[in-house]
Design a protein around this ligand. Structure first.
Ligand code: CP
Length: 309
């Protein structure tokens, strides 16, 4: 499929070759900055839900490529508050901007936006559904840490997903994307927050088996990448159960002493309680550089969908 004008809605819409093209383009932009690539282009950030990294890194990406930015960071400050529909908001925004980056609490909202917009829509997260640009930056991070391991024929890269795997949209997208590559996947999740069966079945169809581990301790020892996610307190029906899981579901520097020296700990952030502050000083912590990788990856996406690459 052609890149100019392409919507970025779901990881399912991207083939293995598409993904590799995005990662390669991001690497080239990181090595050789192009400060005028998007001169004359305007990006609108339509954030109906809070965000720190996604919005700021898109804005940084656009700015570093010479483009300009308009937008809002809260639905409360828009005419959605007066009852304007999402479709009408999108029809308006495309009158102003060449590309629209959107975050919205409703599953499927980005797809809906793409159906009424002539400007490309980039999904910055829709409900518990998809967060494809996070997935591209996660893959970019893993590919930088372990060059050629995702694509070669040797021993598979061992990656564990840990945390709220039921509602966390980043792990759903990442599991789907990783199913294209040479990986061995594991999960560790509190009871009731396991990876939904349909995501596991889809991975199995692509020949990737996902094994369940009983505790974080096992995960620390056997994986190359431990991908932690936040426990979503609002999803727990019983506050007492949440407090119990929160206390036990936490990684600290002492636990990491059993890890292989090359093991890296990733997290889409924000973290709440699941990674102790003492982990930050270990060689395993890689979640801040991971967030930094959002800039070249989002530069690549903007350059591609705006037809400048
Ligand atoms: N990882 C991520 O999506 O962070 P924000 O919610 O801060 O954008």
């Amino acid at each position: 499929m052609d890149w100019p004008g392409r919507h970025v809605i779901s990881i399912e819409d991207f083939s293995r070759d598409d993904i590799l093209h995005i990662l390669q383009t991001a690497a080239e932009l990181e090595a050789h900055p192009q400060p005028n690539l998007l001169a004359g282009c305007l990006m609108a950030t339509l954030f109906f839900e809070p965000s720190t990294r996604t919005r700021l890194s898109f804005e940084a990406a656009m700015s570093k490529l010479g483009g300009q930015i308009i937008g809002f960071s809260s639905a409360a400050s828009t005419s959605a508050k007066k009852g304007e529909s999402l479709a009408d908001t999108i029809r308006m925004a495309e009158q102003y901007a060449d590309v629209l980056v959107m975050r919205h609490p409703r599953d499927g909202s980005a797809r809906l936006a793409s159906q009424v917009s002539n400007s490309p829509i980039i999904n910055g997260g829709d409900g518990a559904n998809q967060h494809p640009t996070q997935t591209f930056l996660d893959l970019y991070t893993i590919a930088k840490l372990f060059p050629d391991r995702l694509t070669h024929d040797g021993p598979p890269l061992a990656i564990t997903f840990a945390g709220d795997l039921r509602y966390g949209r980043t792990v759903h997208s990442l599991l789907t994307a990783l199913s294209n590559f040479n990986v061995r996947l594991y999960t560790v999740a509190p009871r009731g927050l396991e990876m939904p069966a349909h995501h596991l079945s889809r991975a199995a169809e692509r020949g990737v088996i996902v094994e369940t581990l009983p505790t974080l301790h096992e995960a620390v020892q056997l994986t190359d990448v431990l991908y932690m996610t936040r426990l979503q307190e609002e999803r727990f029906p019983d506050p007492v159960e949440f407090e119990h899981v929160k206390a036990t579901y936490r990684i600290n520097a002492e636990m990491l002493e059993r890890a292989q020296s090359h093991m890296r700990l990733l997290h889409p952030l924000p973290r709440v309680n699941e990674i102790a502050q003492d982990v930050d000083a270990t060689a395993h912590a890689h979640y801040f550089p991971q967030a930094g990788n959002g800039v070249p990856v989002r530069q690549a996406l903007l350059g591609l969908v705006l037809g400048r690459l």
